[in-house]
Design a protein around this ligand. Structure first.
Ligand code: WQD
Length: 349
């Protein structure tokens, strides 16, 4: 009998890519999404890529406990991967109540249902944003988290601590009425790219906040010009450094992490892993790589720094490499070619 994974927020960018890799790895998947930040494009694409028309889809809001509880009653859930959350840094500064309510209540409901339905493995979608402007680079999982610079980042830190505390509180539960919750937090760096099939990818609503969708929308003509925020940073070319992780590599990290939990290979009840490439890439390098691999000229200009940006962050990935047996494999060129193929498909080209 295949193990079943609930993917909350599973119709979204990362959730849809993870669903593909879970199905490819032989897991059954239930997708739950309230469709507040996506449409059915990616879920339809998942069905085409996997050839599975029978993937259960539940349109629910994880902030509604009764809906989450019913889902756990309807399906035997062996693990949850929790993506359902708001993720725009700037929006979180303008709308903190909305962000705290949505991101915390949805996760608390997932944990409550996991506990009261006999226990469950919970994988939390965390972020390198929890490190803030780290002094020592690359960051390891032991690098201290600095005070969050946005409500979005703070919800990531708070949810990591909530998961840790629920794992500790339930470690001796016997699974009869309430069961133990095991937890892994994956701290992503900068997810970019699209599935090689060009059937799923990033679908930002409105003007993209993130770099790569802004690049591809500029290249396709949806945006006039890319602004590179700051070229006076203390880096080699003056632009910020990030660790850009291919979305398919990232999705595969979720499969190995959830397998680690279900196969009883965890060393602690709560574990954290950095999921990155370990390679810092500057904004200017990324733009140049995009132009080169896709043989085009991008219209861009240098603009003032964006408030809240950290100068540089990239991952020490040894723990994920050694403990999960996972390593990022795709080159930034492959990733940017896939991102461009996806944008062209969206434009019907
Ligand atoms: C990357 C670099 C910008 C847009 C955030 C969240 C993180 C994760 C990814 C949410 C920065 C520069 C960007 C543009 C630019 N989660 N840039 N022009 O800020 O590193 O991380 O998004 O999705 O948790 O913190 O990602 O892509 O916004 O920016 O020059 O039009 O690109 O200044 O240096 P970021 P990003």
């Amino acid at each position: 009998m295949a193990k079943r994974v609930l993917v909350s927020g599973g119709a979204g960018y990362i959730g849809s890519h993870v669903t593909v890799e879970l199905i490819n790895a032989g897991y059954d998947v239930v997708v739950a999404d309230n469709m507040s930040n996506c449409d059915m494009t990616c879920f339809e694409g998942v069905k085409k890529i996997t050839g599975r028309e029978d993937i259960p889809f539940c349109q629910i809001d994880c902030c509604d406990y009764a809906s989450v509880d019913r889902l756990f009653s309807d399906y035997k859930i062996d693990a949850v991967i929790h993506f359902a959350a708001f993720k725009a840094v700037g929006e979180s500064v303008a709308e903190p109540i909305m962000y705290y309510r949505n991101n915390l209540v949805s996760f608390l409901n997932i944990l409550e249902a996991a506990k009261t339905h006999g226990g469950c493995n919970v994988l939390f979608s965390s972020s390198a944003t929890v490190y803030g402007e780290a002094e020592n680079l690359p960051v390891t999982e032991q690098t201290p988290r600095l005070p969050a610079t946005s409500p979005y980042g703070n919800t990531k830190q708070m949810c990591e601590d909530i998961l840790r505390d629920v794992v500790f509180a339930t470690k001796d539960y016997d699974g009869a009425a309430q069961g133990p919750v095991k937890g892994i937090a994956l701290r992503y760096f900068n997810p970019i790219g699209a599935h090689p099939s060009a059937l799923i990818g990033e679908l930002p609503r409105g003007v993209p906040n993130n770099l790569v969708p802004f690049i591809t929308q500029t290249a396709i003509g949806k945006r006039e010009c890319l602004s590179i925020f700051g070229n006076d940073y203390p880096t080699e070319d003056g632009t910020c450094l990030r660790d850009y992780i291919d979305i398919v590599d990232l999705a595969k990290a979720h499969v190995v992490a959830v397998s680690r939990m279900m196969d009883g290979k965890m060393k602690e009840g709560y574990e954290i892993f950095n999921i990155g490439t370990g390679r810092p890439v500057s904004v200017a390098e990324l733009v140049n790589a995009f132009e080169k691999v896709n043989n085009l000229k991008l219209n861009y200009k240098f603009a003032p720094r964006r408030p809240g940006d950290v100068v540089a962050i990239w991952a020490d990935t040894r723990l994920a490499n050694e403990e999960l047996g996972w390593k990022a494999e795709r080159s930034v060129e492959e990733t940017l070619a896939a991102a461009w193929a996806w944008e062209k498909r969206l434009a019907g080209k």
